[in-house]
Design a protein around this ligand. Structure first.
Ligand code: HDE
Length: 688
């Protein structure tokens, strides 16, 4: 209520507020401001009806409700946003004249939206999918939207193919399923007929596609852009977001279970972290290179199915992004935010990458449709936070309406010396790019090498990561009903790595290996291993920002619990108490601890590591709960560290794990003083 009155009172909307704020808090009104006496009962004849058409209050309420939905995004429908700021580390005028990079330490407000791609709005967070990583910078010279993903390459090379890709990936049109997954015939049919997608498929089948948290994933601008400085010198640039808390993913079996236990896992995680004041941070990195590098690089830098290894062009960190405020209203901000790749600022420019060129058309078009007209820039989340002056006018829901007579340029009415008033010094100027050629529909030969970087990616993974990729192919293709499609995918894998192809074929029960898929050019097998492509090789070695699930029961030892909790606090980590009931437990010393989760609702998949702290008196009650057994069995299967006390042994035994206990099991006793949480820093015990 208070909000809506504030809105009515905004300048330029025309209305003055007549009620006092105290009144406003108490009184319900219609959207027209008419006080409502009874908001709970419709107007009827007699006490049992029928209801009268005359009831304008009922009609207005229901009518507005009927119109609450706007079309969800055709891709990236499920997303979650937060506010924050970007701080530039230094002045980078040598690289670009973009205003936000000119003054060391300057902060620019941002809004970021993370998303999955294929699923509809209500789909689960841990689908195997690419994640969107879209950032809107509200700079002093207009909005700059860096609309990226958490994977540095893409499935296709030309925007013309995007509708086909998306149709094939989303639910099949006749049956309307499967939802939020690529594990079906249409997706693998399309991609296996589109060899340019193989590099991206390797990423999509890797753990990159099942991040533990938005906070622990990288972001990439994907395309090559241009930086232009004030002397009009141009350089190419690729953008990277590096999470300060390091990279981390879950394992697939865990993802499947998280989707059931908490379909909102990622959004809840971001909400909780920001709510707790543990603000996630990323550094903005740039790979800057010139035409000479582009000419000698083995791939076309305008081909979005290729990346430039960090070992070839190092990532220079030029600033940091901090997310420190959740939205006040999900619809107003996260749903209505309209990212547009064509929103760039002086000092940044596009390249001819055919995917980027197509996007620059698509995003403006999609926002106009989605938000109902061209005035979506008037919605507060989309409005630039710098002065604006243009003569676009009218249209649906126009909120900023110029006063006076002047609505064209040049004119004789504005007593402005600069009329027309385009700004020659700061105005946006496209870089000059000499172009000539015939008009044709054509794919450049420089885009023809589809396998080399897929090989490089696979070779750069750890053994565990390679196994995960193999298992992911087997899982996905086992959902494909047409054997020929499964075999066609394996024939592409033959060009990537024969042992991978063999493993996948075995997992699918394919009796004999198919021939290698035909290639447009022979793959280069000598590309250097790039450690930056692996998640596990870049372990943050910290439990900061991670969460421990503590399964405990009545009479649990206070000293043990206190020690664990104090250790976690020092590390900057979080915890949840999982108890037989959500009421919680009473410790040995008689202290009440509230439960965050009841065992059934708090399976170990929700945590980065677990602790099982039981008491001799009550362990048997816990052992009798089947979900408690799953709690430790899953933690074991998912390579998690398991902190336990002696009294927890009956549960470990019940889960048949006593013989399998390894160095990933960490005994805790009240007398121990050595720091325990440090041992969780590798995040998983992969040796298991
Ligand atoms: Fe998008 N994409 N895309 N995309 N994309 C959209 O815009 C499109 C591509 C990305 O959180 C749509 O508002 C085309 C690459 C993100 O609101 C639409 C092509 C990358 C988001 C659209 C691509 C992205 C979108 C759908 C091929 C990574 C969500 C709704 C040429 C670099 C932004 C909307 C948010 C959203 C079109 C390919 C990232 C239809 C035509 C490559 C993060 O305009």
């Amino acid at each position: 209520m208070a909000e809506s009155f504030k809105y009515n009172n905004q300048k330029g909307t025309g209305g003055e507020l007549h009620q006092s704020p105290e009144n406003a808090k108490q009184m319900m009104t219609t959207a027209q401001g008419c006080p409502v006496k009874d908001d709970q009962n419709s107007l009827k004849i007699g006490s049992r009806g029928p209801t009268l058409l005359e009831d304008h209050i009922l009609r207005e309420k229901i009518f507005h409700f009927d119109h609450e939905r706007i079309p969800e995004r055709v891709v990236h429908a499920r997303g979650y946003g937060a506010h924050g700021y970007f701080e530039t580390y230094d002045a980078y005028s040598d690289l670009t004249c973009a205003d936000l990079f000119q003054r060391k330490g300057e902060q620019t407000p941002v809004f970021v939206r993370f998303s999955t791609v294929a699923g509809n709005m209500g789909s689960p967070d841990l689908a195997r999918d690419v994640r969107g990583f879209a950032v809107k910078f509200y700079t002093k010279e207009g909005n700059w939207d860096l609309v990226g993903n958490n994977i540095p390459v893409f499935f296709i090379q030309d925007a013309m193919k995007f509708p086909d890709l998306v149709h094939a990936a989303k639910q099949e049109p006749d049956r309307g399923f499967p939802q939020a997954q690529t594990a079906h015939d249409n997706f693998w049919d399309f991609t296996s007929l589109t060899p340019e997608s193989i590099h991206m498929l390797m990423w999509a089948m890797s753990d990159r596609a099942i991040p533990r948290s938005f906070r622990f994933m990288e972001g990439f601008g994907v395309h090559t852009f241009k930086f232009i400085n004030s002397s009009n010198e141009e350089k190419y640039v690729k953008f990277h977001w590096k999470p300060k808390s390091g990279l981390q993913s879950v394992v697939w079996n865990e993802a499947l279970k998280i989707n059931g236990a908490d379909p909102d896992f990622h959004r809840r995680d971001l909400w909780n972290a920001i709510d707790a004041g543990d603000y996630p941070e990323w550094e903005l990195g740039v790979q800057v290179f010139d035409q000479r590098f582009a000419d000698k690089f083995k791939f076309d830098v305008f081909d979005s199915t290729k990346l430039i290894p960090e070992e070839d062009v190092p990532v220079q960190k030029i600033g940091k992004l901090v997310l420190n405020k959740m939205v006040d209203n999900f619809f107003a901000e996260t749903e209505q935010v309209a990212f547009c790749t064509q929103n760039i600022v002086p000092g940044i420019d596009f390249t001819p990458d055919p995917l980027l060129q197509g996007r620059n058309f698509s995003y403006l078009d999609t926002q106009t449709k989605r938000l109902g007209g061209p005035n979506f820039t008037h919605i507060p989340i989309n409005a630039p936070r710098c002065p604006m002056r243009h003569f676009q006018q009218d249209g649906h829901m126009a909120m900023h309406n110029p006063k006076g007579r002047v609505n064209y340029e040049p004119n004789s009415w504005d007593r402005d010396e600069n009329n027309p008033r385009a700004c020659a010094t700061r105005g946006y100027q496209s870089s000059s790019q000499p172009v000539e050629g015939d008009k044709l529909r054509y794919r450049s030969k420089t885009f023809a090498d589809h396998y080399s970087q897929a090989i490089q990616f696979y070779n750069s993974q750890t053994q565990v990561e390679q196994r995960h990729i193999k298992d992911a192919f087997i899982f996905e293709l086992s959902k494909v009903q047409t054997p020929a499609i499964r075999e066609r995918v394996v024939s592409h894998l033959m060009n990537v790595d024969e042992s991978l192809a063999k493993g996948v074929a075995q997992g699918l029960g394919i009796p004999s290996l198919p021939e290698k898929a035909e290639t447009a050019m022979p793959p280069q097998t000598d590309l250097k291993i790039s450690d930056a492509l692996s998640i596990q090789k870049n372990n943050p070695n910290s439990f900061k920002g991670r969460k421990l699930g503590i399964l405990c029961c009545d009479n649990a030892d206070d000293e043990v619990l206190n020690r664990i909790i104090e250790d976690l606090r020092k590390e900057g980590a979080m915890y949840e108490v999982v108890a037989p009931t959500v009421y919680g437990i009473t410790t040995k010393a008689g202290k009440r601890i509230d439960g965050h989760q009841q065992i059934d609702g708090g399976p170990s998949v929700l945590y980065d590591a677990v602790a099982v702290v039981l008491s001799e008196e009550h362990a048997k009650n816990v052992v009798s709960i089947p979900e408690a057994k799953d709690f430790v069995a899953d933690a074991h299967m998912h390579n998690k560290f398991i902190i336990y006390n002696e009294a927890a042994m009956p549960l470990i035994r019940e889960a048949n794990l006593e013989d399998k206990m390894d160095a990933g099991y960490l005994l805790v006793e009240s007398s121990q003083t050595a720091p325990l949480i440090k041992k969780l820093r590798p995040l998983r015990y992969w040796e298991r």
